[in-house]
Write a protein that binds this ligand. Structure first.
Ligand code: ARG
Length: 473
């Protein structure tokens, strides 16, 4: 913050790591706008990992001597232990995590610490750190997506035959099963999983050794550092290596798509929990009360998941706009890649966990769902299909006849299945008593056995298949 005690430190003198040609330190506000340590301290594990791989390579290649390399590696491990125990110290005069670690190393080793930065730059260093961080973030999301998909598939198995209305235009359209509805979200999550996995595969190239922008004259072994850090290999163009943030954008687009799916599910939970629906009861652990209305049980977690999706989308847009006009290679604008990635990660991780917990314990109310499913003449298509199947009526004509049956039911104030046979036969004499067997909501869903259809047998099979496959995603 401007005006904080760090101001004096920042002004005290030229930067110890790059200040050779400077006579004075930066203005307090300059130090503040320049510093990323308040947020990029989250990269400390990745930064130390990257430095360890780098220094081992420098030693192995004889670029620095083995003794110095060994001391540096030992010092880095001590710093790792220290940060693990005590956290990362934030001093904005040290700008960022890279200089914070290097300064800590210098404090332990003296001038030998300065050999670590041979044949690298903060530009390839930060590109490597952020890739490593995003890769870890993706691994966390992959596990969380699996967990949520597992919860949904289990609830779908449990409710493979529970009837609810299916909607189009939010108007009751045809009966479906609750299990089928839940499995639709499993499909979405499977695609989300695939997107993150694809993004992970594409990002898994190591920029370390690209140095500032042009590569380095030292005989570095980029394949070795790439391998030590679990990358598939080194990146192939040094300019691209230090200026590429596609991987961060791709992470954010994948996160956004996943968050949009969670938001749709959250919206349904919110709707279903409202009194006019009354299809679900929120468990105590996943609802909140009102400070004024004692009867309230609010779906705050679902609302926040819905809200967070908008923020994640905004973060994605923000980084895209940051990147869109940048000439090659590195510009400091790119320091702004971290906060959107970190924030989106935290929001998505919380959202996935909240949805898993909520969906696991949500109390469905099958009686209310079935009553809604039977409203709105939801089996009208079944009557039309029956006319096509049993009386060879062309579908268009069957549609028309059914429309008249719906009108008759409306006039009589009953459902289609309660219309007397005489009424139906007066509309079309080809209708006979067998028609009643297709007009119930249960008969309707059971008949939908086409691949991907809502029939309970299909849903049970789909849920069990998913439960078997999700661990292998
Ligand atoms: N903190 C910087 C960032 O996050 C590290 C790279 C600094 N590079 C430079 N040329 N000043 O982007």
């Amino acid at each position: 913050m401007a005006g904080s005690g760090e101001k004096d430190d920042a002004q005290a003198g030229a930067n110890a790591l790059w200040g050779g040609r400077f006579e004075g330190g930066p203005a307090a506000v300059m130090a503040e706008i320049n510093a990323s340590i308040p947020f990029d301290k989250r990269l400390w594990r990745q930064d130390i990992r990257g430095s360890l791989a780098h220094v081992q390579m420098l030693g192995a290649r004889g670029i620095i001597d083995q003794t110095a390399a060994g001391r540096i590696a030992e010092g880095l491990r001590q710093i790792e232990g220290d940060y693990d125990a005590n956290g990362v110290p934030v001093d904005i005069a040290l700008e960022d995590i890279h200089m914070t670690v290097e300064t800590a190393l210098a404090g332990r080793l003296g001038p030998d610490a300065g050999r670590l930065h041979t044949a690298r730059s903060r530009n390839d260093q930060v590109a490597t750190d952020v890739r490593l961080w995003v890769r870890d973030a993706i691994d966390g999301h992959l596990a969380a997506i699996r967990a949520l998909a597992g919860v949904l598939a289990r609830r779908a198995e449990e409710h493979h035959a529970t009837v609810m209305p299916g909607f189009t235009h939010l108007q009751v359209a045809q009966p479906v099963t609750l299990g089928h509805h839940l499995m639709a979200y499993v499909e979405m999550l499977k695609r989300d999983f695939g997107r993150f996995r694809d993004a992970r595969a594409r990002l898994n190239q190591c920029p370390l050794g690209s140095a500032a922008l042009a590569g380095t004259g030292f005989p570095v072994d980029r394949a070795a550092t790439a391998q030590a850090l679990g990358f598939d290999g080194p990146t192939d163009n040094s300019l691209d290596s230090v200026s590429d943030r596609d991987f961060a954008i791709e992470y954010l687009t994948s996160a956004t798509q996943c968050a949009l799916h969670l938001s749709r599910l959250a919206e349904e939970v919110i709707l279903w929990a409202s009194q006019p629906f009354g299809w679900v009861k929120l468990p105590d652990q996943w609802s909140t009360g009102s400070s004024i209305m004692p009867q309230k049980r609010n779906p705050d977690a679902a609302e926040l998941v819905r809200g967070h999706s908008g923020r994640i989308l905004g973060l994605m847009t923000g980084l895209m706009v940051t990147m869109k006009g940048l000439p090659l290679a590195y510009s400091k604008d790119m320091q702004d890649d971290k906060e959107p990635v970190f924030e989106a990660h935290d929001l998505l991780e919380l959202s996935l966990a909240a949805m898993a917990g909520m969906m696991e314990t949500l109390g469905f109310v099958p009686g209310r769902m079935r009553a809604s499913a039977a409203s709105g003449y939801s089996t009208a298509t079944d009557l039309a299909d029956w006319l096509v199947r049993e009386a060879s009526v062309p579908f268009r004509e069957a549609h028309h006849i059914t429309g008249r049956a719906v009108k008759a039911a409306e006039d009589a104030g009953t459902g289609l299945d309660a219309l007397p046979l005489e009424t139906l036969q007066a509309i079309d004499p080809r209708i006979d008593a067998r028609v009643h067997s297709v007009l119930s909501v249960e008969a309707s869903v059971s008949s939908r056995t086409s691949h991907g259809g809502t029939a309970p047998a299909n849903v049970l099979a789909a849920a069990r298949k998913a439960l078997a496959e999700i661990p292998q995603w």
